[in-house]
Design a protein around this ligand. Sequence first.
Ligand SMILES: Cc1cc2nc3c(=O)[nH]c(=O)nc-3n(C[C@H](O)[C@H](O)[C@H](O)COP(=O)(O)O)c2cc1C
Length: 280
Amino acid sequence: MKVDFNIEDAVRKRYSVRNYDDREIEAEKRDMIEAFISGLDNPFGKNINFHYLDGNDMKDAEKLGTYGVIKGARQYIGTTIKLEEMALEALGYEFEVMILYLAHLGIGTCWLGGTFDRKGFAEAMKVNEGDLFPVITPYGYAAGKKHIKEMAMRKVIKADQRKPWKDMFFKGDFSTPLTEEEAGDLAFPLEMVRLGPSASNKQPWRIVVLDGEAHFYEDREPGYSDRFPYDIQRVDMGIAAAHFDLSVQEKGIKGYFDSKSDPGIALPENMEYVISWIRE
Ligand SMILES: Cc1cc2nc3c(=O)[nH]c(=O)nc-3n(C[C@H](O)[C@H](O)[C@H](O)COP(=O)(O)O)c2cc1C
């Protein structure tokens, strides 16, 4: 989808905010956020439901746990989907576009896929039984400084670092790294993908550029998603697609996503084809 805020600014501004200030979000901004969310869509044709938790409902929710990870949050947004092909990617895409919009408004967020009381939040957000409830985010203004557990977490997962280009982006096959110069007009969208957030900062995105088209793969970490009934790294793949898509749209580079364009190149172990971006 196309948005009217600067992508690079939002991507660089966003980071996981785990300590929130008391300051309330202005009514006008809240309206803007709700309007933005209701206008969201994704290139995978899947339906994503958004659930808000704030105000009075939040009073009951204060007991809800994030294992001490999030402090001071006054409101949350959650998403649900039906588990079907490309739904996790679609969720990753829409939720990340929303998160970038919030970053653009100066509002902090933190993707939570693991460290929250899923059952408690599902009840508070009135999630329908049978719907998949993979992630939530708190949102609000960041507190002046990070809390101690937050700083420790960032250190353990090296949250301020990203893998270099040579480990993520390739030319024609998985043994030939792609340089920024060779990437041409795709250098900007690829750099925006590289800077994205991912579960435990594992950055599972691998992209092979072939004839000017970009094929997206998941470098799936064995065992990582075993605690979930779905592959949470598929959500990361949706985030990559969002950063890529918003960037090409901003630059006016025409193309579309297609999951049936697997170029059939040899794959390293644990590598899975996800989707291709086809130039028009
Ligand atoms: C799908 C997904 C799930 C995540 N789950 C959690 C979580 O459960 N708890 C948490 O504290 N951070 C979680 N994160 C945040 C990542 O740890 C964070 O994005 C990454 O370390 C990079 O740091 P940054 O967001 O500050 O750039 C999640 C991120 C993603 C994309």
